[in-house]
Design a protein around this ligand. Sequence first.
Ligand code: ACO
Length: 326
Amino acid sequence: NIGIAITGSGSALPTTSLHNQELTHLVETSDEWITTRTGIQQRRIASSQDSLCKLATAASQQAIAAAGITAADIDLILLATSTPDDLFGTACKVQGELGAIKAVAFDLTAACSGFVFGLVTAAQYIRTGVYQNVLLIGADILSRWVDWQDRRTCVLFGDGAGAVVLQANQSDRLLGFTLKSDGTQNHYLNLSYNGAAQQLTPEISVTQGTYQPITMNGKEVYRFAVQKVPEVIDKTLFAANLTVDQIDWLVLHQANQRILNAVAERLNIPAHKVISNVANYGNTSAASIPIALDEAVQQGKIKPNDIIAASGFGAGLTWGAAIFQW
Ligand code: ACO
């Protein structure tokens, strides 16, 4: 049996910070409201010089160096994103920038669950012996798709990228995973295309339009997250023959500090095991878990052999958990 290990991580964030106070000039809100409801104090915003490809490439270069391999060793590049520079996909552009000459590359979309879905996808290619070295990137520039006049959403999101290298390994460090989807609740969180019919010939019309800014039912998404995330982590632990006390770190999608607290509380995981950077970066969608992982590794919190429970949740609706040993 071929095992899987995460052997390197990296992250990249735009340099410009947008503080809560600055948002009060755009919408009717306050630093106090945003901080108490979400824990977010600032978020990074991509400039017109930035691109998803640039952020993803920078995070990837760090992850590849940390893994002690070169770009030419990579067999597969998965880019989890909902905000590609190009709807045809951005993974190939990243491949080109990295010089990952032998890698096949494609985008994967599962919103804020994208990193966990990508991790599990990468693991299947490794387990079956098809590929040995996989670069998984989570990157999003949601500031492109936020309605900056909608206070219910514009205060929540930020931009960034994180990446990990997964490699075939003798001992299997991916201890368990569960992925879930529920399309009946799709309407709670959307970044959807909207077009109008345009008559081409008397018989044929096409639809022409564009994607519309993010819409969200915050209450329903909150309810969904605090119920489903503990459930899916519990189920994954059980299937892996692990108990909750064996978890060293809880690395959740960084959507909201209240969600992180509520999930930890339901699982009986003490606050000191919960990785959080939501105050600094807001919700960076598919990027949030790999950024949080990378920061915790850089800070010396996550150490070799630590057991990590990661869980993503978001639009789709999608959610999932992966438990792995660092
Ligand atoms: N500033 C000030 N007031 C606001 C703001 C704001 N930015 N946003 C909403 N309000 C107002 C509302 O209009 C409402 O006023 P009303 O009572 O007069 O109508 C009041 O504050 C309360 O609004 P609620 O929506 O009930 O606030 P709630 O406590 O639910 O908090 C929040 C909202 C923070 C969005 C919460 O529901 C939440 O965190 N939900 C989860 C959202 C999330 O994490 N989404 C992303 C996950 S998936 C993904 O990452 C893509």
